[in-house]
Design a protein around this ligand. Structure first.
Ligand code: FAD
Length: 309
């Protein structure tokens, strides 16, 4: 068995692996796709000390850093179940889709999350060419330009407020007849001079040539088609944690995030979690890496207290 078994190979999992391995304990990491969401990112400009890099380069660096240590990397492995230890200090099992079972004295869950797509023509085609999901990451790329935010929940309205301070103009598009964000956010949004809110609107297409040049939507009340000329579209209709496989074993929030305390401890003894899959706010690479390191240190602390000398 592993002393520390990590599930998920994004920034959180890679940081956990490096920190665990540096304690000289047996460390394994199983991941469906090593690198995680970073693989789908173009410019990364907010990982502190790295002025600018791109996703594939960053993902390769995560893997190289992990491989510099004695870590078993099991890539292309999908976890499907977690079985807590049957007695205190016992082994925790992770069941894989290929039928295999991995065992750990401690487990770190770092399976990340994915942005919900709107699935209209142009969305996939113009990803990273005007279609974006993360205002903290990509907002500055649209300085002075016109953008739309799709989604009028808290994350959409927060994104619109955030972007309004950077970009030239924001059109917020909500499918429902009213925004669902907290009233205080809606009030703030309405006070901004460069934001237009459109409700009851169904986005039908994101258009462009080599980059995004507009968005088409249908007024759901009249059926009339409308077009907005713009340079960017931020899709803000939800971030879905990759935690379906943990339902019933680990406490999850109402959004499906793994509930962790300040040390990354979950509701199951010996099981820790880090990164976008957890309740830790703000889903960012630097935060995921920090939380992964913390989870590994917590796992080590757990091991020295619970395993026989
Ligand atoms: P992820 O990166 O999501 O990694 C999850 C890992 O778990 C992957 O290896 C995945 O394959 C694996 N996995 C999932 N389910 C299973 C399973 N059942 N079994 C086994 N393995 C599994 N952040 C920034 O800080 N700056 C940016 O510029 C930036 N730009 C972004 C651009 C885009 C397009 C996207 C999508 C995100 C961006 N982010 C950015 C956010 C950042 O990528 C995430 O916050 C970060 O990757 C989270 O790391 P993580 O390790 O928690 O999860």
């Amino acid at each position: 068995p592993y002393d520390v078994l990590i599930v998920g190979g994004g920034p959180a999992g890679a940081a956990a692996a490096v920190y665990a391995a540096r304690k000289g304990i047996r460390t394994g990491i199983a991941a469906e796709r090593f690198g995680g969401q970073v693989n789908d990112t173009m410019a990364i400009e907010n990982y502190i000390s790295v002025v600018e890099t791109d996703g594939p380069k960053f993902a390769a660096a995560l893997e190289a850093h992990t491989r510099a240590y004695d870590v078993d990397i099991m890539n292309l492995q999908r976890a499907e179940g977690l079985v807590p230890a049957s007695s205190a200090g016992g082994l925790i099992e992770v069941k894989l889709a290929n039928g295999g079972v991995l065992q750990g004295k401690t487990v770190i869950l770092s399976t990340g999350a994915r942005w919900r797509n709107i699935n209209v023509p142009g969305e996939a085609e113009f990803k990273n060419k005007g279609v974006a999901y993360c205002p903290h990451c990509d907002g500055p790329l649209f300085k002075g330009k016109r953008v739309a935010v799709i989604g009028g929940g808290n994350s959409g309205v927060e994104a619109a407020i955030d972007l309004a301070g950077i970009v030239g103009h924001v059109t917020l598009i909500e499918f429902d007849t009213k925004l669902r964000a907290d009233e205080v956010l809606q009030r703030k949004l309405r006070s901004l001079p460069n934001v237009v809110v459109v409700v009851n609107a169904q986005t039908t297409e994101i258009t462009g040539t080599d980059k995004v040049n507009g968005l088409n939507y249908k007024d759901r009340a009249t059926g009339q088609a409308h077009r907005v000329e713009l340079e960017g579209v931020f899709v803000q209709i939800g971030l879905v944690p990759n935690t379906d496989w943990l339902k019933g074993t680990v406490e999850l929030s109402k959004h499906g995030e793994i509930v962790v305390d300040a040390r990354g401890q979950t509701s199951v003894p010996g099981v820790f979690a880090a990164g976008d899959a957890t309740t830790t706010p703000y889903k960012q690479i630097v935060i995921a890496a920090g939380e992964g390191s913390k989870a590994a240190l917590s796992a080590f602390d757990h091991l020295i207290r619970t395993t026989a000398p």
